[in-house]
Design a protein around this ligand. Sequence first.
Ligand code: PRP
Ligand code: URA
Length: 209
Amino acid sequence: MGKVVIMDHPLVSHKLSIMRDKNTSVKDFRELVSEIGMLITYEATRDLPMTTKRIETPICEMDAPTLAGKKFAVVPILRAGLGLVDGVLRMVPSARVGHIGMFRDEETLIPHVYFCKMPKDIAERDVLIVDPMLATGGSAAAAIQEMKDRGCKHIKLMVLVAAPEGIKCIQDAHPDVDIYAGALDEKLNERGYIVPGLGDAGDRIFGTK
Ligand code: PRP
Ligand code: URA
């Protein structure tokens, strides 16, 4: 079974609390998505393969640890996932970016794919799918399946807020995928929103409501 890592870190919890507040401005909300994205990336990249490089410090020679340069791609689920890309790229500047467009039907909560554009060599890359919200898990599970259909073998999922229902959905459908979340909330409400959650992440990032 894949790992479930819930960030237990004061900076993440504090920033998430500001985001949850309904009075937080679009500007602040957007900046916080990016900042928390950066902090979770730190954890989600903990097992990146390393190598060493012979260098000379002002004092002596050493075999200095460096990233082995394994190919990496970040894949935001549009729209809201776009808010996390900048934070990931600040940590892994050489990452490629694939986009997958998906929306939930508000009645059925079933996700629909409307766009998918990936780097040509995506099957050879470690993939980090990003989306602020893991609610029923339908969107993330479908995005993971799209990546598997394109031959991807190493896939992780990064979200800001997860519901227990969403975690279970991913574990049932994709037990090989590790999940990294800023927080694990209580439940979903009758409209499929995370409780207490932070509302509609896409609308709050882009100011569309
Ligand atoms: C939101 C969110 C996730 C999805 C989570 O996107 O960003 O992609 O819902 O819900 P689920 O786990 O029940 O599938 P939404 O469909 O509202 O689209 P948007 O990003 O364009 O706002
Ligand atoms: N999508 C959101 O943006 N928020 C939720 O709480 C659930 C799904």
